[in-house]
Design a protein around this ligand. Structure first.
Ligand code: NZQ
Ligand code: ZN
Length: 385
C-alpha cells in the first residue's frame, strides 16, 4: 500500500425529510445564496423546502446553472456573491450545480483572474465561501469531495480543480429526491459511479486489501442495484443504496493509498467539451477501449476484477481479461448506454480534433504510469470507433 493522507470533513445527513436540518447547519445570521439548475429543483418542490428551512436567513436565489456548468454562467454568481456580501451558499441539484458552487466558493475571494483556478488545478486557492449541498442526483460524488469540473464555452475547455477548502460543509442525501429522475439520468449516474470506482481500482496491485475489497463491494452493489434502480421508481431501499454507493465511489476512501488512472475521465471531458456528449456517456466510450489498449499493463487487476466481480474463471489470464472487458461493455449496454464513437456519429477524422484538444490542455501523460501520451490516446480513440 502507498503512503496517504485521508481527510474528509463533509457532514452527511442521510435519509428522508432531512432538508429541515439545514436550519441548524447554516449559521443563523448568514446571508445565503441558494444555487440551482434548470427547473427540476422548482418543479419537485425541493427548492421550496430549502427556502423554508432558511427562514432565519437572508436568502438570494441563483438559478440556471447548466448541466456541465459553464465558467461564463458561474461568473455571474461570483458577481452576486461579491456585491451582496454573501457568506454562505447552498447548492441544490446534481454534480453540475455542486461543482458550479465550488467554483463560486473559490472564485469570489480569488485575488487574480478566476480562470487561473482551472488552469492551475486549484493550486493557489486561498479563502473560500463556505457552502452545503442538497443532492438530487446520485452520480458524481461531488457532494463529499473537493473536486469540481467547469467548462469554458468559448475556449471549448472542460477543466477540473481540487482543493481541500471546497469540501462541502454538509450534504443532505435524501433518497426520495431521486424519484423524479428520468431514466437517462439514472443510467448516467450508475455509469459515472461505476467508472469512478474503476479509475481507482483497475490499475496494478499494491497489496491494498481493504481498498480493493471495498471497491469490489461497491462495483458488485452497483451491478445488483442497476436493474432495480432503473425499473422500480419509488423503491426507497434501492435508491438509498444507490445514493450511498455513488457517494462512496468518489469520496477519497477507495482511492487512498492506491495508484489511480483517470485517463478515461480526461479524454471523456474533451468529448463533452467538443460534442456535448453527457459526461457518463463519454466514459462508457473511453473505458472499454482504454482497458483493451492497456490490457497488458493492467492484466493482474483485470484478472482480479474478472474473478471477483464477474465470476469469470475459465481460460488463460489473457482470455479472462478479455472477457472482463466484454462484460464491462455488456454492463453499459444493459443501462442503455452506447460504447462507441460511431454511436454519436463521430468518425476517424474527428479523432485528430480530440487529440489536438488534449495537447492544448497539456494532457500528454495520463494514467497511473503517466504513459498514456497523445499517441496512446489516439490509439484508445481509434479502438473506440
Ligand atoms: O437542471 P435541472 O433542471 O436541475 O435538471 C438536471 C439536469 O438537467 C436533472 N436533475 C437533477 N436532479 C434531478 C433532475 N431531474 C429530475 N429530478 C431530479 N431530482 O439532471 C440533469 C443532469 O444534472 P447534472 O448535475 O448535470 O448531472 P450529474 O450529477 O451527472 O453531474 C455532471 C457534472 O459533474 C461533473 C461532470 O463532468 C459534469 O459536469 N463531475 C464532477 C465530479 C466531481 N466534482 O467530483 C466528478 C465526475 O467525474 C464528473 O466529472
Ligand atoms: Zn465522472
Amino acid at each position: 500500500m502507498q503512503h496517504f493522507d485521508y481527510y474528509n470533513p463533509t457532514h452527511i445527513c442521510f435519509g428522508e425529510n432531512r432538508i429541515k436540518s439545514i436550519e441548524h447547519l447554516v449559521p443563523s445570521n448568514s446571508n445565503v445564496l441558494v444555487l440551482f439548475g434548470g427547473n427540476s429543483a422548482k418543479n419537485t418542490g425541493t427548492l421550496d423546502e430549502v427556502i423554508s428551512a432558511l427562514s432565519k436567513n437572508k436568502v438570494t436565489l441563483f438559478g440556471g446553472v447548466e448541466a456541465n456548468p459553464t465558467y461564463e454562467k458561474m461568473m455571474e454568481a461570483v458577481e452576486i456573491v461579491r456585491e451582496n456580501n454573501i457568506d454562505f451558499m447552498i447548492a441544490v441539484g446534481g454534480g453540475s450545480v455542486i461543482d458550479g458552487t465550488k467554483f463560486v466558493s473559490a472564485a469570489a475571494l480569488y485575488p487574480n483572474d478566476p480562470w487561473e483556478i482551472l488552469t492551475t488545478g486549484g493550486k493557489h486557492i486561498g479563502k473560500t465561501v463556505p457552502f452545503g449541498t442538497v443532492l438530487t442526483l446520485p452520480a458524481t460524488g461531488s457532494e463529499m469531495n473537493s473536486g469540481s469540473v467547469i467548462t469554458h464555452t468559448a475556449k471549448q475547455s472542460k477543466l477540473s480543480f481540487m482543493h481541500r477548502a471546497v469540501f462541502p460543509q454538509f450534504s443532505i442525501l435524501d433518497p426520495t429526491k431521486t424519484y423524479t429522475l428520468p431514466k437517462k439520468q439514472l443510467s448516467n449516474g450508475i455509469a459515472d459511479a461505476f467508472v469512478h470506482i474503476m479509475e481507482q481500482y483497475l490499475t496494478h496491485p499494491t497489496n491494498a486489501m481493504v481498498q480493493d475489497r471495498y471497491a469490489e463491494s461497491l462495483l458488485l452493489s452497483l451491478i445488483e442495484l442497476a436493474p432495480k434502480v432503473l425499473s422500480e421508481s419509488n423503491d426507497y431501499q434501492s435508491r438509498a443504496n444507490f445514493m450511498w454507493v455513488a457517494t462512496q465511489a468518489l469520496n477519497g476512501l477507495i482511492g487512498a493509498g492506491v495508484p489511480q488512472d483517470w485517463a478515461t475521465h480526461v479524454i471523456g471531458h474533451e468529448l463533452t467539451a467538443l460534442y456535448d456528449i453527457d459526461h457518463a456517456r463519454t466514459l462508457a466510450i473511453v473505458l472499454p477501449a482504454l482497458l483493451s489498449v492497456k490490457k497488458h499493463h493492467k492484466q493482474d487487476k483485470l484478472v482480479q476484477y474478472a474473478k471477483r466481480v464477474w465470476n469469470i474463471t475459465e481460460g488463460s489470464d489473457d482470455e479472462i481479461a478479455q472477457q472482463a472487458i466484454k462484460q464491462t461493455i455488456k454492463f453499459f449496454h444493459s443501462l442503455d448506454i452506447p460504447t462507441q464513437l460511431s454511436d454519436y456519429q463521430l468518425e476517424r477524422k474527428d479523432i485528430n480534433t480530440i487529440v489536438n484538444q488534449l495537447e492544448k490542455h497539456g494532457m500528454t501523460s495520463l494514467g497511473e504510469h503517466g504513459d498514456i501520451d497523445l499517441q496512446t490516446s489516439q490509439k484508445i480513440l481509434e479502438q473506440a470507433l
